[in-house]
Design a protein around this ligand. Structure first.
Ligand code: ACG
Length: 482
């Protein structure tokens, strides 16, 4: 189970209000108890931006988070708890503060070729396909390609010396002990055609680039975890996941969220079948990340729906990944160009202050005394966190599900069932999407209720709306009774 961690908002050791490695070290037991076995650190390299996706030095840790020694300590202490650590590596663009970009602006070799410049009017009219933004930035008289906006000039991989440098950077971090990377924006290595003056994905070339880079990196580390972030339709995601060995499963994220929000599971079976069956790579399943709304907000405040969605995520094959603070039911809606709203401080204390609490920004969505804090929830018996943990515990005790096969999927009158198999484990999962109780008949054995309410009545089980139950096959013979 992967935990996506935004260090700035997690735990502050040195008292400057900003989360850091030493603070996060103090919270490793908290993550361990949740069942986390891999931490994805959102960008921690030197960067002028709050999110860190614009890097100004790939060999340096952002000093607000600590130094290289602190990262090494963090990794060492995580490893002691059998937790892996992977870094977010945004290499399709840099910060404008990077020495490379300064070199480019001054036409210095080799940097003048590491970014793309144009004077061609035809090129300048090119737009980003998904939202129509211009893909160019301007400094003095120079127009440079900047797919993610003018403060993030895109790197130009037509120059082979750049690839060598990126290789050295990745090796540098692997040698420091990190277990792998989340490769940001992986489909965007080659996407501008200067001859046509247009934005055009060049997947073949991009995949060749990654194959060669990853092959080189695999010599440095045994069993590295490389995850591609390719936000696209299934077929494209798959091509990249095959090369990386693991990829974020965007279609499943949409399918779970939409089906639960609309209480309509009709489309989810197709997505389960097409994204989770017979894969040569590990699907990384998630509901949201820092580019998306938090789940409780997405579900318009319905805790039942949010937990039900998590129960689906946590019972399907593939590796589940959760975004920090989701276990508390933090809220926040991502609005275009305003990622900050989903990056609020993890609230440890009711009053918003106490040891290790971060406060680098005001929380608008997760305010003190709003009931979201860990402290408050630990004092209650029926908290969101407690229900969330029950779902996580189910999964962390059954790691075999990560690589299980799906042998059957069915849906009848709003009751979705999925049967999983791995070696001698066979289980059937039942998810009640309808607004009525559903009955399944049983012969003998026990059922594990994962979410919501499930009652045993004589020879049958009653599954309440928005509830999930798992049944060990062979112990209970089930039939959908509608
Ligand atoms: C990553 C990070 C993100 C980061 C960057 C840049 C990249 O997660 O936080 O921004 O370092 C595109 C890229 C992604 C990128 C997002 C933000 N994410 O491909 O790699 O932008 C369509 C497009 C996608 C596009 C998405 C954006 O195809 O390419 O993602 O829209 O909404 C279905 C379709 C699918 C479609 C979706 C959504 O799934 O199949 O094709 O995706 O619907 O419509 C960071 C900061 C930013 C800052 C930047 C410099 O977060 O604020 O500006 O750095």
């Amino acid at each position: 189970m992967i935990y996506q961690l935004y260090l700035r908002s997690f735990a502050d050791y040195n008292g400057d209000g900003i989360g850091d490695f030493r603070g996060a070290i103090k919270k490793l037991d908290y993550l361990n108890n949740l069942g986390v076995d891999c931490i994805w650190l959102m960008p921690v390299m030197l960067s002028p931006s709050y999110h860190g996706y614009t890097v100004s030095d790939y060999y340096k840790i952002n000093p607000i988070y600590g130094g290289l020694e602190d990262l090494k300590q963090f990794i060492e202490k995580a490893h002691k708890r059998n937790i892996k650590v992977i870094l977010d590596l945004p290499i399709t663009h840099t910060s404008v503060n990077h020495e490379w970009f300064k070199g480019f602006l001054h036409d210095k070799k080799p940097y003048k070729n590491w970014y793309l410049e144009t004077k061609d009017r035809n090129c300048l009219s090119a737009k980003r396909p998904w939202d129509g933004h211009s893909v160019w930035g301007k400094f003095k008289n120079k127009w440079y390609y900047a797919l993610f906006g003018p403060t993030s000039p895109s790197l130009n991989y037509e120059d082979s010396s750049l690839k060598k440098e990126i290789e050295s950077i990745a090796i540098f971090w692997l040698e420091k002990g990190v277990d792998g990377f989340r490769f940001d924006a992986a489909k965007h290595i080659f996407n501008f055609s200067t001859s046509k003056g247009k934005f055009i994905y060049q997947h073949e070339r991009t995949l060749t680039f990654w194959k060669s880079l990853l092959k080189r990196l695999s010599f440095t580390k045994e069993n590295p975890l490389f995850i591609s972030e390719v936000w696209d339709e299934r077929k494209i995601i798959e091509r990249y996941s095959d090369v990386f060995g693991a990829g974020f499963n965007f279609p499943l994220s949409y399918a779970i969220k939409e089906s639960v929000r609309n209480l309509n599971p009709d489309r989810i079976i197709d997505t389960i079948n097409s994204t989770l069956i017979d894969k040569k790579y590990l699907p990384i399943n998630f509901l949201n990340n820092h580019d998306m709304s938090r789940i409780l907000t997405y579900m318009r405040g319905s805790k039942r729906k949010a937990l039900f969605a998590y129960s689906i995520l946590m019972t399907l094959p593939g590796v589940p990944c959760i975004y920090y603070g989701e276990e508390l039911g933090m809220k926040g809606k991502y609005q275009k160009n305003y990622t900050e709203e989903v990056l609020e401080p993890f609230l440890w204390y009711q009053g918003g202050t106490g040891p290790l609490q971060t406060e680098w920004k005001t929380s608008y969505k997760n305010k003190p005394y709003s009931g979201v804090s860990l402290e408050h929830q630990l004092e209650k018996t029926d908290s969101y966190l407690e229900e969330f943990k029950k779902i996580l515990t189910f999964r962390s005790q059954r790691k075999w599900i990560d690589t299980a096969s799906i042998v059957d999927t069915k849906i009848k009158n709003g009751l979705l069932s999925v049967t999983l198999k791995k070696n001698n484990h066979i289980v059937s999962l039942y998810y009640n999407y309808s607004t009525d109780k559903k009955k399944i008949s049983k012969k003998s054995g026990t059922a594990v209720e994962i979410c919501g309410t499930v009652k045993s009545k004589n020879s049958s089980l009653e599954i309440y709306p928005l509830s999930t139950v798992v049944i060990k096959k062979g112990l209970i013979q089930s039939a959908l009774n509608g």
